[in-house]
Write a protein that binds this ligand. Structure first.
Ligand code: MEV
Length: 324
């Protein structure tokens, strides 16, 4: 019986989330937290999809009909997209596991989608790569997120750090954070729906476009300045750009009292910069800090978070980890 395993990295959006949905630029980096999917051929003529993190499973026949919890429909869409591309349905059991918190803005669902599409096509002996892998995984995200910009799936596929604009080839970004500085990920533990946050912002932008367009333009300028600062390792510019970006995200209504409290405390206790990351309304914030300040900062924001971790960024994209 054949078996394949693949993994893909989670992401941190450094600048430009939400604005990216309407075609402005954003910068995302990959993290060492990965989603892993193992796909094993089975004798019974069906498909079983199990999520270890959510502790749920779904069963399908080989026509992709069956009983699947809503949270797993994303993966049925991926199989459908693969079938349309000529991959026949192999009876299999898929086990999905993610080392990042779910619905927290770190791209767990996108990286699981990418890892599933890669593991399943590896099982076929014809692993998808690059744009093909990205496009198939995006079919799933459309179910989960309505109108995804594609940034989460792109970084999960390619890894590294990218500047992304919808409809254009992503460009690799050089990141040179100097020794002694680090990004922290602070998780508020508040779960939220990316789809709803995105819909909220799009509605606001539509009703207030005269003003919102200026906010979108400002966010794009932040990305431009951040690209230079990341390349030259200019943390003294990067930090304030993060605070301003957080302010713009707050202005469009996607912050949360815990995220604001984290950003406020971070600023008060010497962090160079901080902002929410991902869709907002909960989830995670990122903080740029001196290594020597981490302990104090972690203590000061601990009442607003469930975890605070040092982020390892700029890692490898999707990989096949086992194939037999
Ligand atoms: C979610 O990680 C990032 C958003 O910009 C949505 C998207 O780009 O699809 C909020």
């Amino acid at each position: 019986m054949r078996r394949a395993e693949a993994s893909a990295p989670g992401k941190i959006i450094l600048f430009g989330e939400h604005f990216v949905v309407k075609g402005y630029r954003a910068i995302a980096t990959s993290t060492s937290l990965r989603a892993r999917v193992s796909v094993e051929e089975i004798r019974e003529p069906g498909i079983v999809i199990e999520s270890e993190n959510l502790n749920i499973k779904g069963s399908l026949n080989l026509n992709l009909e069956g009983n699947v919890p809503r949270e797993l429909l994303v993966y049925v869409e991926i199989l459908r997209a693969l079938r349309e591309r000529g991959f026949n349905m192999i009876p299999h059991r898929a086990r999905l596991k993610s080392s990042m918190p779910i619905s927290a803005g770190l791209g767990s669902s996108a990286s699981t989608s990418v890892a599933y599409a890669l593991a399943y096509t590896a099982l076929h002996g014809d692993p998808l790569k690059g744009r093909d892998l990205l496009e198939v995984s995006l079919e799933g995200e459309k179910v989960a997120h309505g109108r995804p910009s594609g940034i989460d799936n792109t970084i999960a596929t390619l890894g590294g750090t990218i500047v992304y604009r919808r409809g254009e080839e992503p460009l690799k970004v050089e990141v040179n954070i100097p020794e002694g500085y680090t990004f922290l990920i602070a998780d508020t533990g508040v779960k939220r729906s990316t789809r709803e946050a995105v819909e909220h912002v799009l509605k606001l932008a539509e009703s207030l476009w005269k003003i919102a367009s200026l906010i979108y333009e400002a966010a794009d300028k932040i990305v431009e300045e951040a690209l230079k600062a990341l390349k030259t390792g200019d943390v003294k510019t990067l930090g304030p750009l993060m605070y301003v970006n957080h302010g713009l995200l707050n202005a469009i209504g996607v912050s949360h009292e815990k995220l604001d409290a984290i950003v406020y405390e971070a600023r008060k206790h010497g962090a160079l910069g901080a902002k929410l990351t991902g869709a907002g309304w909960g989830g995670c914030a990122i903080i740029l800090a001196r290594e020597g300040d981490i302990e104090n900062l972690a203590e000061k924001i601990s009442k607003h978070t469930v975890t605070i971790e040092k982020a390892k960024i700029n890692v490898e994209g999707a990989t096949i980890d086992y194939n037999s």
